[in-house]
Write a protein that binds this ligand. Structure first.
Ligand SMILES: [Zn+2]
Length: 243
């Protein structure tokens, strides 16, 4: 059952929806969706007062996140691939710099706070191809390296599972029943901690193939603040997937 309430904080009136979640035992979870919608998951049997009190206690955090989400949503525009545009890499913003060169070097490179891309013509399609190629090779290297490191750390993983990159629009990763991991190359734009969360999430599926209690017990143990990382990813989804 879903109930609707309104959070009042200063001048803000923020509607939110509360869903009872039987799988949840002790905590109330508050999510701000990419478009600024506020959703609350509550364990079964919590009274309206308890839920409203918990939401009110986090009013400042919620309001700030809703404002951010709405601004981000409004700011996401199609990329133009021109100098001065922002590019994301491992959670940091860099400025794209297009360098016209007679013999452009094939790969882009990071220099200070800039991503330099050489091009003979400066044509946006050419730049786009070079930026994509750079992301792709960074994603392949970095994700493979983190998958190795985390596989070695987690006790239930014997050897690093096979993995491949696949661009997906609404999913960061997946784990097949046979244990093959798929990771979204757009992850290379997300903060390092969020990347690790996604990889550990998928590695946990090697022992628990669904999102049941046991799965979340493992996730809670290995990444106690996983919900923060998930919220970061949810909040950035429009930007991360934007090309
Ligand atoms: Zn999953």
């Amino acid at each position: 059952m879903t109930k609707s309430f309104v959070l009042i904080y200063g001048d803000a009136r923020l509607p939110y929806q509360v869903q009872e979640d039987p799988a949840r035992s002790t905590r109330i979870a508050i999510h701000v969706e990419p478009d600024g919608t506020v959703m609350v998951d509550a364990p079964l049997g919590y009274t309206d007062e308890v839920v409203q009190h918990a939401v009110q206690k986090r009013a400042r955090w919620i309001t700030a996140n809703v404002t951010d989400a709405m601004q981000r949503f409004a700011n996401v525009r199609p990329r133009e691939y021109v100098s001065g545009e922002q590019v994301l890499y491992l959670g940091r913003r860099y400025l794209l710099k297009v360098v016209i060169a007679a013999k452009p070097s094939k790969s882009a490179r990071l220099r200070g706070n800039r991503l330099e891309v050489e091009s003979r013509t400066g044509d946006p399609d050419d730049i786009k191809g070079r930026v994509r190629g750079w992301y792709r090779s960074k994603a392949r290297d970095y994700l493979a390296q983190r998958l190795d490191m985390l596989s070695a750390r987690l006790t239930w993983v014997d050897t690093t599972p096979p993995f491949k990159l696949l661009e997906m629009t609404r999913q960061w990763g997946s784990c097949s029943p046979s244990g093959r991991i798929i990771l979204n190359p757009h992850l290379i734009k997300a903060p390092r901690a969020s990347v690790d969360y996604v990889i550990i999430h998928e590695l946990a599926h090697l022992i628990h193939h669904n999102h049941g209690r046991e799965f979340f017990r493992v996730l809670d143990r290995e990444v106690p603040d996983w919900n923060n990382h998930k919220q970061v990813l949810d909040g950035m989804v429009e930007q991360l997937m934007n090309e």
